[in-house]
Design a protein around this ligand. Sequence first.
Ligand SMILES: Cc1cc2nc3c(=O)[nH]c(=O)nc-3n(C[C@H](O)[C@H](O)[C@H](O)COP(=O)(O)O)c2cc1C
Length: 363
Amino acid sequence: MEALFKPIKINDLIVPNRIAMAPMTRSMSPDGIPTDTNLEYYKRRAAAEVGMIITEGVEVSHPASSGYPNVPNLRETSHDGWKKLISAVQNEGSTIFCQLWHVGGIRKPGQPPNPEVPGYTPSGLVKKDKKVAYEMTENDVEDLIQNYVKDIEIIKSLGFDGVELHGAHGYMIDQFFWKDTNIRKDQFGKESDLRTKFVCEIVSRARKLVGKNYPIMLRFSQWKQQDYEARLAPSPKSLETFLGPISDAGVDMFHASTRRYWEPEFEGSDLNLAGWTKKITNKPTITVGSVGLDSDFIGLYVGKDQANTSPINKLIEMFDRDEFDMVAVGRALLSDPEWVLKVKEGKEDQIIGFTKEYVEKYF
Ligand SMILES: Cc1cc2nc3c(=O)[nH]c(=O)nc-3n(C[C@H](O)[C@H](O)[C@H](O)COP(=O)(O)O)c2cc1C
């Protein structure tokens, strides 16, 4: 258990322990403005010893970034709300990263605040051969990179401890990574660097503006919401090709999003995706996926029974072997804000589970 409660340094930031709250969209910020309810929600988890809050996805300042209602944004009208929320979390001794999110082709026509704006994508595709959205020109891509970079500066100026770029689950950055959604012939579609140019430009330009000490993290995943079996990198070698340029561009930490943290990523080794990422990049990594639960979160969207609580022995063994540096906890922290304290104090039998009843009541 000690391994979970040691501080860790991410670039210049000290995070008090190894447990992060996974980013989770709640659609609870009318007009994109973080409210006191949002503040209390995060503060409560911070007060109960979550070492790093990763916010729900926050919209990139771009007309097509939004795909869902009441998602928070970074416009001026939101700044006071964020500043209050950030201080509340930090005053509890925790740290807070802003997850920056553009949904790309997942955007459905008619979304507020600009219903006429179509989904933007690298190649007009949301999955293989499924052409549904607008294909960005090189100028569009350049504009979007600039918007991301400006937002990262805003995130720093608001007082967030770091930024997490949402490069996972088949949204915009991932649509650049994935060969099924990026068939561009220009510099942003090159197979030789596994289509990492877009994110590398964001990171290296932002790095110049926020300075060398500001933590920048990338969340990525093999799986896509469009295809749970998709794989960006089918072998350790291709994972190296993918992560190398991103790490060199200046990412400090990787968040390897998997649905079940205990599953080995490649044959012949027990390491999971976060384990391989740490081994390849030598940078700190976060693992995630069904921690403390016995079934994965996709069930939530396909109407399956929800998970019960389960022991975290396996996780602790993996920490002891130093396979990764932090763990993100999603649903277990939704249903029980005191999850970390209960685990720390050996009161697992008192944890409020993310059960069918919980989902029926709150989702
Ligand atoms: C309600 C809900 C909202 C989510 N929203 C986001 C999001 O905004 N950004 C993101 O990267 N992942 C999102 N996820 C995925 C979680 O961050 C996490 O990876 C997933 O739930 C697996 O962790 P868990 O098994 O501990 O819940 C969401 C998950 C849930 C359950």
